[in-house]
Design a protein around this ligand. Structure first.
Ligand SMILES: [Zn+2]
Length: 348
């Protein structure tokens, strides 16, 4: 097997009660052909989230793929607990296709993200995206979370927590690190509440952030986990046209397929993808790109402005065609502008 692809990791942040476990349960029920592994960081109320998730274990996420990191805040125990735990997941007899990390609500995502630069981790894992869940109903009412007292109790219960970070700063950090924000309890918040919650996050966000309303953890898994294997092989065969009609269940997204000429400099393309995310309502980009002089195809993936690419396998089995699928918020997709942004810098 010549697949050099790193295992993608999605980090899910959000305060206690925001809906992290509910989202993960939804993803476990809709894995789109992926084998999942899950790392749950919890303490204080030990075992609750882990037990809920283990009760949902099935073939695509067996119980041994769900591990709890219960000795304290994930960002404070990176070296002692996080690294060995994630290494245990990488060593599973059947390699997971995607790892989800549910951080404790008080964890700061920045130190956790840094851990992915450790040599032992960097060569085998890649951060696919950071998803922040914010409780829209609570935000609209001027709170960070549904029950701030419960969060303080959680803080008191963690002996290893080495930051006294106020909730406002934890929230700021979660938003600053996020690639996509999910506004949970959208049904309870209502339209006005959602608008108020969006305004709170807009004020906090250092850049334009995609924000999607979510109820009961229901969100299209391709936005969180990426396109599934079937869709990937489809990328090579699919004609370049406006599609988005392959998924009648979810009405929130649209996709467009963009063919590119060979690129000379992958970094220029990566910058074009970042520009796209800054200027348009892009959720995800995925595809394979032919680079001049390279026998391997370049796998390109982006979530918001987080772009990663790697040469994953030779072109041998498929035609040497550069093709990217772009997923954007519905009604905000502009195929002409997307094409212009992506194709122009490739020098064709
Ligand atoms: Zn911490």
């Amino acid at each position: 097997m010549t697949d050099l692809a790193k295992i993608p990791v999605t980090i899910i942040t959000g305060f206690l009660g925001a809906g992290k476990t509910t989202l993960i349960r939804h993803l476990m029920q809709n894995p789109n052909g992926r084998r999942l592994a899950i790392l749950v960081n919890e303490f204080g109320v030990v075992g609750v989230d882990g037990d809920i998730l283990k009760a949902c274990a099935d073939d695509s996420c067996p119980v041994e793929n769900i591990v709890e990191l219960a000795n304290g805040c994930i960002c404070c125990t990176v070296a002692d607990d996080f690294i060995p735990t994630i290494e245990a997941l990488m060593a599973l007899p059947r390699r997971p296709d995607h790892i989800l990390i549910e951080t404790s609500g008080l964890a700061l995502p920045k130190p956790l993200l840094k851990a992915f630069d450790w040599p032992a981790i960097r060569s085998r894992l890649t951060v696919d995206g950071v998803i922040a869940i914010a409780d829209a109903e609570a935000l609209a009412a001027g709170r960070f979370a549904p029950n701030e007292a419960a969060i303080e109790a959680q803080r008191a219960a963690d002996g290893s927590l080495d930051h006294e970070t106020p909730l406002s700063e934890v929230f700021e950090d979660q938003i600053a690190c996020a690639d996509i924000v999910l506004l949970s309890k959208a049904d309870l918040a209502g339209e006005a509440g959602l608008a108020a919650a969006r305004a709170v996050i807009d004020a906090e966000a250092p850049r334009r952030l995609p924000m999607l309303a979510m109820t009961d953890g229901r969100i299209d898994p391709k936005v969180i986990l990426g396109l599934n294997a079937a869709a990937e092989s489809d990328i090579a065969a699919r004609p370049s046209h406006h599609d988005g009609d392959d998924d009648h269940e979810h009405e929130d997204f649209d996709s467009v397929v963009i063919d590119l000429p060979e690129v000379t400099d992958p970094e220029v393309l990566a910058e074009a993808v970042r520009t796209l995310a800054r200027e348009q309502y892009i959720l995800r980009v995925k595809g394979f790109v032919a680079v001049k002089g390279k026998p391997m195809r370049l796998l390109v993936q982006a979530v918001g402005q987080r772009v990663r690419s790697q040469f994953d396998r030779p072109w041998a089995q498929s035609p040497r065609v550069s093709r990217l699928v772009v997923i954007a918020e519905r009604h905000h997709i502009d195929p002409v502008a997307i094409r212009a942004t992506l194709v122009a810098p490739s020098g064709a």
